[in-house]
Design a protein around this ligand. Sequence first.
Ligand code: CTP
Length: 401
Amino acid sequence: MLSGKKVLLGITGSIAAYKSSFLVRLLIKHGAEVKVILSPSARAFVTPLTLATLSKHPVLWEFYDPDDEEGKWNNHVDLGLWADMMIIAPATASTLSKMVSGSCDNLLMGVYLSAKCPVYFAPAMDLDMFKHASTQDNIKSLQSFGNTYIPTNSGELASGLIGEGRMAEPEEIIDFLLMDLQKGLPLNGKKVLINAGPTYEAIDPVRFIGNHSSGKMGVALAEAAHRMGAAVHLVVGPNSVVPTEKAITVQYVVSALEMKEACDAAFKDADMTILAAAIADYRPINVATQKIKKKGEAPVIELVENPDILAGLGSIKNENQVLIGFALETNNGIENAIAKLHKKNCDLIVLNQPSENSGFGADTNKVTLIGKDEKQVELSLKTKVEIAEEILHHSINTFYP
Ligand code: CTP
């Protein structure tokens, strides 16, 4: 969730400033890009060299460098606009008070006042300073301005006293940020079940009936749903791509019957289910236990129809569950997709008409979304990642407005 986020870390003059080096490392480990700004007094506690090395960006603390003959200006407005989020950690009593009054006597305050992104602050100070009515008022005022307070810990303080006022540990700050970011996501609290890839229907121990599905569309959906805050359970067929995101639960299956068992079991807890897998419609009635040998004449393999997983889920879904199917059609696309939507009791169907640049294996796709009311939204040719995001945005707007 912090991956790709541009984070401005403001460090002010507290003994807790040394912990901010660890915070830089953790933010970067989570995939964030970090720029550090120091208040002038923070330089007494941490060195710009350490922080610049860790963040791989120059560390700034003045509006301009008086020794720089070219007179380069550190533009606080640009820095404020660059950031997706700003964290001031540690935030001293003095900085809290400046933030409340809007005092702009250093670069960090200029950036704070210019920042359009969410701002988090993690105070650090001695317990009596922390308890003081003015500090408590400042924290409340900053929250009322829309800033987010990262609560302090209670424990041993630099003064030797024991009490409230310790800055949250870097790991706690990261956990706090992750939880806070999660809260704002549109699928926060939702469980999403997705299936992807082909199924293989065994003929004998070495042969099967299968198809060319790569699983890319289903996996793109799983990753997009995860980015939007959902708890995602993905059931994947053999030889499918798999998500890189570790938080997605992945269940591996081979045959249609195994896929049905896995989807049926996960369905009862799912708020939203998206069946993107290319499930084999038929399987051999008998699976030979030994490799079938050539006998001079072509063998006849008798097939039996596989259960329709989507139709099965459609018949038991409750009114709070959202069910989304795919329809792979080569002709009469709209008509066939609408028929499938109603027959399988879906809330939305994604019509996929394979062509040169879309369908199995391709990185792009061209789909039409069709709702229960038969309203159609045609999406242009896009990457499967973009299509996945559009399907989910459309579903969120339709089902969780
Ligand atoms: N599907 C399913 N179980 C099956 C076959 C398909 O759950 N045994 C699901 C697919 O995952 C997809 C939807 O049903 O979400 C439509 O699949 P598709 O292959 O387009 O259609 P079929 O129902 O198999 O019909 P046909 O092959 O005749 O077009």
